[in-house]
Design a protein around this ligand. Structure first.
Ligand SMILES: Nc1ncnc2c1ncn2[C@@H]1O[C@H](COP(=O)(O)OP(=O)(O)O)[C@@H](O)[C@H]1O
Ligand SMILES: [Mg+2]
Length: 285
């Protein structure tokens, strides 16, 4: 981000949310979810609940099973246990019905390079189209709204393959927003974004939680950002939940020691917890 003319996403997040009509909000509940891959149990009896309009972040070390869990929630990998949105068991739904409930921003999205940004974001409307149907004005409006929210207007006609990493990540988020699902799942959504766009994207998601009742489940490495934006925190390691609850109660040195070997100090910044990594003692100046 250069700052040249970049529109502040935060200013418009409250006014306009892609998808046309207000969304039907819904709570997300995972109960005893387990996933085994390659003969190994990667996610081990995970239970969590995210109330309508709340934001829950899953944090934990690399390999903890976070991506596998969110892929299970999005129906991309088979699981035991139950995943429900608004009480409906997702494994009983057709893929399009499931997609109308849960939109996923994957950690490593597969993006066709020779597709324009507008057409790519329109793919988010697939679950809303009748069989063999073409996009309606509502679909175009939702896609254009999402493109505007993510400040991608100038890139509308560009091929996704020609975008920078950060621009591409915003296109992936725009596609998920265009899907207009009441549950948004974001796997490391700020990866590849500079600090300004990280804040813009998180502020936009936060506004959608508060004002439209969007239910959000994210994974995030940055514990300070996770603490600043989320209502609830779930700490995972080796496929299991080791601590969970409201951020203020969960983001503690004792709990973090369960999921990281990093040296850090927790600071209180006007009621928000800041996680400060500490260098080796010899580097203190
Ligand atoms: N298809 C797969 N087959 C076998 N193991 C897998 C597969 N996908 C992921 N894993 C393993 O599952 C573990 C958890 O991975 P992942 O869910 O990506 O963790 P995280 O997102 O927390 O870093 C890792 O050890 C990874 O190698
Ligand atoms: Mg991951």
């Amino acid at each position: 981000m250069t700052g040249r003319g970049r529109r502040n996403l935060r200013a418009t997040a409250a006014r306009r949310v892609p998808g046309g009509a207000p969304q039907t909000a819904a709570d997300l509940a995972c109960d005893g979810v387990s996933v085994s891959l390659g003969g190994r149990r990667i996610v081990d009896r995970v239970s969590l609940a995210v109330a309508t309009g709340r934001w829950c972040t899953i944090a934990g070390p690399n390999g903890a099973g976070k991506t596998t869990l969110v892929r299970a929630i999005a129906g991309l990998v088979a699981y035991d246990g139950s995943v429900r949105v608004g009480g409906a068991a997702l494994d009983r739904l057709r893929p399009s019905a499931r997609a109308r409930l849960v939109a996923l921003v994957p950690q490593q999205p597969v993006v066709p390079p020779a597709i324009t940004v507008l057409d790519y974001v329109l793919l988010g409307r697939t679950a809303h189209l009748p069989p063999l149907g073409v996009e309606s004005a509502v679909d175009l409006d939702a896609a254009r709204g999402a493109i505007e929210e993510l400040d991608l207007g100038p890139f509308c006609g560009r091929h996704v393959g020609s975008l920078s990493g950060g621009e591409r990540q915003r296109a992936v988020i725009a596609r998920a927003l265009a899907q207009s699902s009441p549950v948004l799942v974001l796997d490391e959504p700020t990866t590849g974004l500079d600090l300004g766009y990280q804040q813009d994207v998180l502020d936009l998601v936060s506004a959608m939680c508060r004002e439209r009742g969007l239910t959000v489940l994210s994974t995030m490495h940055d514990l300070t950002l996770a603490g600043a934006y989320s209502d609830e925190l779930v700490l995972m390691t080796e496929g299991r939940v080791v601590a969970s609850g409201p951020v203020a109660e969960t983001l503690t040195a004792e709990n973090l020691a369960l999921v990281t070997r990093a040296r850090f100090r927790l600071l209180d910044e006007s009621g928000r917890t800041v996680v400060v990594p500490l260098p080796l003692a010899r580097d203190h100046r």
